[in-house]
Design a protein around this ligand. Structure first.
Ligand code: SF4
Ligand code: SF4
Length: 118
């Protein structure tokens, strides 16, 4: 059975350097980088971080609620490489470690940082 994932993207970077999120889809579909050896993976949601300061949890919560109502369970959540770059290079104000812990506790799924290296 395919692993179902959601990807959270940086609203300052998406469609600026990662137009249309083609890079994440390529990594998922070709099982490269974060998805190496992961078998079949399906992206079941993508969600913006909410823009600075990154109030992302309510947005993901809404996604999870809608997906549950549709009978779709999410197995893992990823912060896109855009968020990784934002935290490393752009003074991203999001408390990524705290948000990761909250999402793991609240949604009961692993939360990873980074999706590809393109
Ligand atoms: S890293 Fe992925 S999620 Fe983020 S903007 Fe690029 S392609 Fe989209
Ligand atoms: S810099 Fe951080 S909080 Fe701001 S839009 Fe990007 S990921 Fe979201």
């Amino acid at each position: 059975m395919a692993k179902k994932i959601g990807i959270v993207y940086c609203e300052k970077i998406q469609d600026a350097s990662c137009v249309g999120c083609a890079k994440c889809y390529k990594a998922v579909n070709e099982n490269t980088f974060a998805f190496e050896g992961a078998g079949e993976v399906r992206v079941v949601f993508k969600c913006g971080c909410g823009d600075c300061p990154g109030l992302v949890v309510p947005r993901v919560d809404l996604q999870m609620t809608v997906l549950r109502s549709l009978g779709v369970e999410v197995d893992e959540i990823y912060f896109g490489t855009c968020v990784k770059k934002a935290t490393m290079l752009m003074n991203c104000p999001m408390n990524v470690e705290g948000v990761t812990r909250v999402m793991q506790d609240k949604f009961g799924v692993p939360v990873h940082m980074g999706t590809h290296d393109y």
